[in-house]
Design a protein around this ligand. Structure first.
Ligand code: ADP
Length: 328
Protein backbone atom coordinates (compact mmCIF):
# COMPACT_ATOMS: atom_id res chain seq x y z
CA UNK A 1 0.00 0.00 0.00
CA UNK A 2 2.92 2.31 0.78
CA UNK A 3 6.23 2.01 -0.98
CA UNK A 4 9.25 4.19 -0.27
CA UNK A 5 12.31 3.59 -2.42
CA UNK A 6 15.74 5.14 -1.98
CA UNK A 7 14.32 8.36 -0.64
CA UNK A 8 16.89 11.12 -0.14
CA UNK A 9 16.25 14.60 1.24
CA UNK A 10 19.05 17.12 1.44
CA UNK A 11 19.01 20.51 3.13
CA UNK A 12 22.07 22.30 1.80
CA UNK A 13 24.87 19.85 2.42
CA UNK A 14 23.03 18.00 5.18
CA UNK A 15 21.09 14.82 4.59
CA UNK A 16 17.78 14.73 6.50
CA UNK A 17 17.14 11.39 4.75
CA UNK A 18 19.83 9.26 3.16
CA UNK A 19 18.51 6.42 1.02
CA UNK A 20 15.41 5.37 2.96
CA UNK A 21 13.39 2.39 1.68
CA UNK A 22 10.49 0.47 3.23
CA UNK A 23 7.12 -1.00 2.31
CA UNK A 24 3.85 -1.21 4.24
CA UNK A 25 1.14 -3.69 3.34
CA UNK A 26 -2.62 -3.02 3.22
CA UNK A 27 -4.23 -2.88 6.69
CA UNK A 28 -0.90 -2.94 8.52
CA UNK A 29 -0.21 -0.69 11.51
CA UNK A 30 3.42 0.35 11.40
CA UNK A 31 5.35 2.55 13.81
CA UNK A 32 7.99 4.93 12.52
CA UNK A 33 10.26 5.22 15.50
CA UNK A 34 13.29 7.41 16.07
CA UNK A 35 14.79 10.07 18.33
CA UNK A 36 14.27 13.76 17.64
CA UNK A 37 15.96 14.85 14.43
CA UNK A 38 16.01 11.29 13.04
CA UNK A 39 14.01 12.16 9.92
CA UNK A 40 10.49 11.05 10.89
CA UNK A 41 8.72 14.31 10.05
CA UNK A 42 10.67 14.62 6.81
CA UNK A 43 9.52 11.13 5.81
CA UNK A 44 5.92 11.90 6.79
CA UNK A 45 5.97 15.24 5.00
CA UNK A 46 7.21 13.61 1.80
CA UNK A 47 4.62 10.82 2.13
CA UNK A 48 1.83 13.33 2.60
CA UNK A 49 2.98 15.45 -0.32
CA UNK A 50 3.96 18.51 1.75
CA UNK A 51 7.62 18.23 0.88
CA UNK A 52 9.48 17.20 -2.24
CA UNK A 53 12.32 14.70 -2.14
CA UNK A 54 15.83 15.32 -3.46
CA UNK A 55 15.69 11.90 -5.10
CA UNK A 56 13.92 8.58 -4.74
CA UNK A 57 10.32 7.49 -5.09
CA UNK A 58 7.31 7.22 -2.76
CA UNK A 59 3.89 5.86 -3.67
CA UNK A 60 0.57 5.19 -1.99
CA UNK A 61 -1.73 2.56 -3.46
CA UNK A 62 0.44 2.51 -6.57
CA UNK A 63 0.10 6.29 -7.09
CA UNK A 64 3.37 8.23 -7.08
CA UNK A 65 3.27 11.00 -4.48
CA UNK A 66 5.98 12.94 -6.25
CA UNK A 67 4.40 12.73 -9.73
CA UNK A 68 0.67 12.80 -8.82
CA UNK A 69 0.50 14.51 -5.43
CA UNK A 70 -3.19 15.44 -5.66
CA UNK A 71 -4.36 11.95 -6.50
CA UNK A 72 -2.08 10.41 -3.86
CA UNK A 73 -3.21 12.87 -1.18
CA UNK A 74 -6.81 11.74 -1.68
CA UNK A 75 -5.78 8.33 -0.39
CA UNK A 76 -4.24 9.73 2.78
CA UNK A 77 -5.64 11.09 6.04
CA UNK A 78 -3.03 12.99 8.05
CA UNK A 79 -2.88 14.10 11.65
CA UNK A 80 0.15 16.39 12.10
CA UNK A 81 1.67 16.81 15.54
CA UNK A 82 -0.32 20.02 15.96
CA UNK A 83 -3.93 19.14 15.01
CA UNK A 84 -5.02 21.53 12.24
CA UNK A 85 -8.20 22.62 14.02
CA UNK A 86 -9.87 26.04 14.07
CA UNK A 87 -10.51 27.08 17.67
CA UNK A 88 -13.38 29.42 16.74
CA UNK A 89 -15.45 26.72 15.07
CA UNK A 90 -17.67 24.23 16.82
CA UNK A 91 -16.79 20.57 16.37
CA UNK A 92 -19.60 20.07 13.87
CA UNK A 93 -18.79 23.23 11.92
CA UNK A 94 -15.21 22.11 11.64
CA UNK A 95 -16.02 18.54 10.55
CA UNK A 96 -18.38 19.88 7.88
CA UNK A 97 -15.72 22.37 6.78
CA UNK A 98 -13.16 19.55 6.33
CA UNK A 99 -15.78 17.45 4.54
CA UNK A 100 -16.22 20.26 2.01
CA UNK A 101 -12.50 20.95 1.77
CA UNK A 102 -11.80 17.31 0.90
CA UNK A 103 -14.70 17.33 -1.57
CA UNK A 104 -15.93 14.18 0.10
CA UNK A 105 -18.61 12.35 -1.85
CA UNK A 106 -19.82 9.98 0.86
CA UNK A 107 -23.25 10.67 2.40
CA UNK A 108 -22.50 13.65 4.65
CA UNK A 109 -24.72 12.89 7.66
CA UNK A 110 -24.08 9.13 7.69
CA UNK A 111 -20.32 9.53 7.23
CA UNK A 112 -19.83 12.26 9.86
CA UNK A 113 -22.09 10.36 12.26
CA UNK A 114 -19.99 7.25 11.88
CA UNK A 115 -16.78 9.19 12.51
CA UNK A 116 -18.24 11.00 15.55
CA UNK A 117 -19.09 7.53 16.87
CA UNK A 118 -15.64 6.06 16.24
CA UNK A 119 -13.78 8.92 17.94
CA UNK A 120 -16.50 9.55 20.55
CA UNK A 121 -17.33 13.15 19.79
CA UNK A 122 -21.14 12.86 19.99
CA UNK A 123 -21.39 14.80 23.26
CA UNK A 124 -19.36 17.81 22.17
CA UNK A 125 -20.76 18.44 18.68
CA UNK A 126 -21.81 22.02 19.45
CA UNK A 127 -18.85 22.98 21.63
CA UNK A 128 -16.29 25.49 20.40
CA UNK A 129 -13.01 23.72 19.75
CA UNK A 130 -11.16 26.32 21.84
CA UNK A 131 -13.08 25.13 24.91
CA UNK A 132 -12.20 21.46 24.47
CA UNK A 133 -9.53 19.64 26.49
CA UNK A 134 -6.33 18.63 24.67
CA UNK A 135 -7.59 15.04 24.55
CA UNK A 136 -10.85 16.02 22.87
CA UNK A 137 -9.02 18.35 20.50
CA UNK A 138 -6.85 15.41 19.48
CA UNK A 139 -10.01 13.39 18.79
CA UNK A 140 -11.22 16.19 16.53
CA UNK A 141 -7.84 16.00 14.77
CA UNK A 142 -8.25 12.25 14.31
CA UNK A 143 -11.81 12.77 13.05
CA UNK A 144 -10.62 15.17 10.31
CA UNK A 145 -8.03 12.58 9.22
CA UNK A 146 -10.81 9.97 8.89
CA UNK A 147 -13.07 12.12 6.73
CA UNK A 148 -13.28 10.72 3.20
CA UNK A 149 -12.46 7.22 4.49
CA UNK A 150 -8.82 7.33 3.29
CA UNK A 151 -7.02 4.04 2.78
CA UNK A 152 -3.93 5.30 4.57
CA UNK A 153 -3.87 7.24 7.83
CA UNK A 154 -0.70 8.91 9.09
CA UNK A 155 -0.33 10.06 12.69
CA UNK A 156 2.59 12.24 13.76
CA UNK A 157 3.28 11.89 17.49
CA UNK A 158 -0.45 11.57 18.31
CA UNK A 159 -0.13 11.29 22.11
CA UNK A 160 2.31 14.11 22.85
CA UNK A 161 0.98 16.34 25.63
CA UNK A 162 -1.91 14.06 26.60
CA UNK A 163 -2.52 12.70 30.09
CA UNK A 164 -2.17 8.93 30.71
CA UNK A 165 -5.90 8.21 30.33
CA UNK A 166 -6.10 10.17 27.08
CA UNK A 167 -2.95 8.41 25.82
CA UNK A 168 -4.62 5.01 26.33
CA UNK A 169 -7.76 6.21 24.55
CA UNK A 170 -5.85 7.51 21.54
CA UNK A 171 -3.73 4.35 21.35
CA UNK A 172 -6.83 2.15 21.44
CA UNK A 173 -8.40 4.27 18.77
CA UNK A 174 -5.36 4.05 16.49
CA UNK A 175 -5.20 0.29 17.03
CA UNK A 176 -8.87 -0.10 16.12
CA UNK A 177 -8.22 1.51 12.72
CA UNK A 178 -5.88 -1.29 11.58
CA UNK A 179 -7.26 -3.79 9.09
CA UNK A 180 -9.66 -1.31 7.54
CA UNK A 181 -6.95 1.31 7.08
CA UNK A 182 -3.21 1.18 6.63
CA UNK A 183 -1.77 3.18 9.52
CA UNK A 184 1.61 4.82 10.05
CA UNK A 185 2.32 6.15 13.49
CA UNK A 186 5.36 8.32 14.05
CA UNK A 187 6.67 8.42 17.58
CA UNK A 188 9.80 8.63 19.71
CA UNK A 189 8.17 6.46 22.38
CA UNK A 190 9.02 2.77 22.16
CA UNK A 191 6.19 1.72 24.48
CA UNK A 192 3.77 3.33 22.06
CA UNK A 193 4.79 1.26 19.06
CA UNK A 194 4.84 -1.83 21.25
CA UNK A 195 1.29 -1.15 22.39
CA UNK A 196 -0.13 -0.24 19.01
CA UNK A 197 1.93 -1.44 16.04
CA UNK A 198 2.47 -4.80 14.38
CA UNK A 199 5.77 -3.72 12.91
CA UNK A 200 8.30 -1.02 13.58
CA UNK A 201 10.60 0.85 11.25
CA UNK A 202 13.38 2.44 13.28
CA UNK A 203 15.05 5.51 11.79
CA UNK A 204 18.14 7.31 13.04
CA UNK A 205 20.20 10.02 11.34
CA UNK A 206 18.10 9.68 8.19
CA UNK A 207 18.72 5.93 7.84
CA UNK A 208 16.57 2.88 8.55
CA UNK A 209 18.33 0.88 11.24
CA UNK A 210 15.65 -1.74 11.88
CA UNK A 211 12.47 -2.92 10.19
CA UNK A 212 11.00 -5.69 12.28
CA UNK A 213 7.76 -7.19 13.53
CA UNK A 214 6.96 -6.06 17.07
CA UNK A 215 7.36 -9.69 18.22
CA UNK A 216 10.81 -9.65 16.73
CA UNK A 217 11.55 -6.60 18.85
CA UNK A 218 10.65 -8.69 21.89
CA UNK A 219 13.18 -11.25 20.70
CA UNK A 220 15.84 -8.53 20.49
CA UNK A 221 14.92 -7.69 24.08
CA UNK A 222 15.60 -11.28 25.07
CA UNK A 223 18.87 -11.26 23.16
CA UNK A 224 21.86 -10.50 25.37
CA UNK A 225 19.85 -9.62 28.44
CA UNK A 226 21.50 -7.89 31.38
CA UNK A 227 20.89 -9.16 34.90
CA UNK A 228 21.96 -8.21 38.37
CA UNK A 229 22.47 -11.13 40.80
CA UNK A 230 23.15 -11.11 44.52
CA UNK A 231 24.99 -14.27 45.42
CA UNK A 232 26.36 -15.50 48.77
CA UNK A 233 29.77 -17.09 48.30
CA UNK A 234 33.49 -16.38 47.91
CA UNK A 235 33.74 -13.53 45.46
CA UNK A 236 36.53 -14.62 43.13
CA UNK A 237 35.34 -18.24 42.99
CA UNK A 238 31.80 -17.15 42.20
CA UNK A 239 33.05 -14.81 39.49
CA UNK A 240 35.22 -17.49 37.90
CA UNK A 241 32.35 -19.97 37.97
CA UNK A 242 29.90 -17.45 36.48
CA UNK A 243 32.33 -16.65 33.68
CA UNK A 244 32.49 -20.35 32.86
CA UNK A 245 28.72 -20.74 32.49
CA UNK A 246 27.50 -21.38 28.96
CA UNK A 247 25.60 -18.34 27.72
CA UNK A 248 27.28 -15.87 30.09
CA UNK A 249 28.89 -13.35 27.75
CA UNK A 250 30.21 -11.05 30.41
CA UNK A 251 30.35 -11.02 34.22
CA UNK A 252 31.70 -8.55 36.71
CA UNK A 253 31.42 -8.05 40.44
CA UNK A 254 29.79 -4.73 41.28
CA UNK A 255 30.35 -4.68 45.03
CA UNK A 256 29.24 -6.08 48.34
CA UNK A 257 25.74 -6.32 49.65
CA UNK A 258 24.57 -6.88 53.24
CA UNK A 259 27.97 -8.18 54.24
CA UNK A 260 27.15 -11.70 53.09
CA UNK A 261 26.58 -11.44 49.38
CA UNK A 262 28.17 -9.78 46.38
CA UNK A 263 26.41 -8.15 43.47
CA UNK A 264 27.31 -9.43 40.01
CA UNK A 265 26.36 -7.86 36.69
CA UNK A 266 25.89 -10.41 33.94
CA UNK A 267 25.28 -10.16 30.23
CA UNK A 268 23.53 -13.31 29.04
CA UNK A 269 22.80 -14.57 25.55
CA UNK A 270 19.14 -15.05 24.50
CA UNK A 271 16.44 -17.14 26.13
CA UNK A 272 16.08 -18.56 29.64
CA UNK A 273 18.77 -21.28 29.43
CA UNK A 274 21.69 -19.16 30.71
CA UNK A 275 19.63 -18.11 33.74
CA UNK A 276 18.86 -21.74 34.54
CA UNK A 277 22.54 -22.59 34.13
CA UNK A 278 23.59 -19.80 36.53
CA UNK A 279 21.11 -21.16 39.07
CA UNK A 280 22.42 -24.74 38.65
CA UNK A 281 26.08 -23.74 39.05
CA UNK A 282 25.35 -21.79 42.24
CA UNK A 283 23.11 -24.53 43.67
CA UNK A 284 25.74 -27.20 43.03
CA UNK A 285 28.32 -25.21 45.01
CA UNK A 286 25.97 -24.19 47.80
CA UNK A 287 26.02 -20.47 46.93
CA UNK A 288 22.61 -18.98 47.60
CA UNK A 289 21.16 -16.53 45.08
CA UNK A 290 19.34 -14.02 47.27
CA UNK A 291 18.36 -11.61 44.50
CA UNK A 292 18.11 -11.44 40.74
CA UNK A 293 16.82 -8.57 38.67
CA UNK A 294 16.57 -7.58 35.05
CA UNK A 295 19.11 -4.79 34.66
CA UNK A 296 18.66 -3.47 31.18
CA UNK A 297 15.66 -4.94 29.41
CA UNK A 298 13.72 -1.68 29.39
CA UNK A 299 12.60 -0.31 26.10
CA UNK A 300 14.91 2.68 26.00
CA UNK A 301 17.94 0.42 26.36
CA UNK A 302 16.65 -1.77 23.53
CA UNK A 303 16.43 1.29 21.35
CA UNK A 304 20.01 2.23 22.17
CA UNK A 305 20.97 -1.37 21.46
CA UNK A 306 19.34 -1.21 18.02
CA UNK A 307 21.15 2.03 17.22
CA UNK A 308 24.45 0.58 18.48
CA UNK A 309 23.93 -2.56 16.45
CA UNK A 310 23.36 -0.53 13.29
CA UNK A 311 26.36 1.73 13.91
CA UNK A 312 28.82 -0.91 15.16
CA UNK A 313 31.42 -2.01 12.63
CA UNK A 314 30.86 -5.64 11.64
CA UNK A 315 34.14 -6.66 13.31
CA UNK A 316 32.75 -5.75 16.76
CA UNK A 317 29.88 -8.17 16.32
CA UNK A 318 32.40 -10.79 15.22
CA UNK A 319 34.60 -10.14 18.25
CA UNK A 320 31.66 -10.40 20.57
CA UNK A 321 30.56 -13.68 18.99
CA UNK A 322 34.10 -15.01 19.37
CA UNK A 323 34.22 -13.79 22.95
CA UNK A 324 31.01 -15.69 23.68
CA UNK A 325 32.27 -18.74 21.83
CA UNK A 326 35.51 -18.72 23.85
CA UNK A 327 33.54 -19.04 27.08
CA UNK A 328 31.81 -22.22 26.00
P1 ADP B 1 12.24 14.13 13.39
O1 ADP B 1 10.87 14.37 12.87
O2 ADP B 1 12.61 12.69 13.46
O3 ADP B 1 12.48 14.83 14.70
P2 ADP B 1 13.05 15.77 11.13
O4 ADP B 1 12.57 15.02 9.95
O5 ADP B 1 12.23 16.95 11.58
O6 ADP B 1 13.30 14.77 12.34
O7 ADP B 1 14.53 16.32 10.84
C1 ADP B 1 15.55 15.50 10.27
C2 ADP B 1 16.81 16.36 10.08
O8 ADP B 1 16.59 17.33 9.07
C3 ADP B 1 17.21 17.11 11.33
O9 ADP B 1 18.60 17.09 11.42
C4 ADP B 1 16.71 18.52 11.07
O10 ADP B 1 17.52 19.46 11.73
C5 ADP B 1 16.84 18.63 9.57
N1 ADP B 1 15.83 19.56 9.00
C6 ADP B 1 14.49 19.39 9.05
N2 ADP B 1 13.86 20.40 8.42
C7 ADP B 1 14.82 21.23 7.95
C8 ADP B 1 14.84 22.45 7.20
N3 ADP B 1 13.70 23.03 6.80
N4 ADP B 1 16.02 23.01 6.90
C9 ADP B 1 17.19 22.43 7.30
N5 ADP B 1 17.27 21.27 8.00
C10 ADP B 1 16.10 20.68 8.32
Amino acid sequence: MIKVEHLVKKYGNNYALGDVSFEIGEGEIVGLLGPNGAGKSTTMNILTGYLSATSGEASVGGVSILDNPLEAKRLIGYLPEQPPVYPDMTVDEYLNFVYDLKRCELNREAHLNEIRGVVKLQDVRDRLIRNLSKGYRQRVGIAQALIGDPKVIIFDEPTVGLDPKQILEVRNLVRSLGGKHTVILSTHILAEVQAVCERIVVIDHGKIIANEKTDELARVMEENAHYRYNICGPRSEVLTALRGVRGVLYAECAGERDGEAYTYLLELSGGTEPRKAVFRVCAERGWQIIGAADAGGDLESIFIKLIDRANAPKTNAGNRARRAEGKR
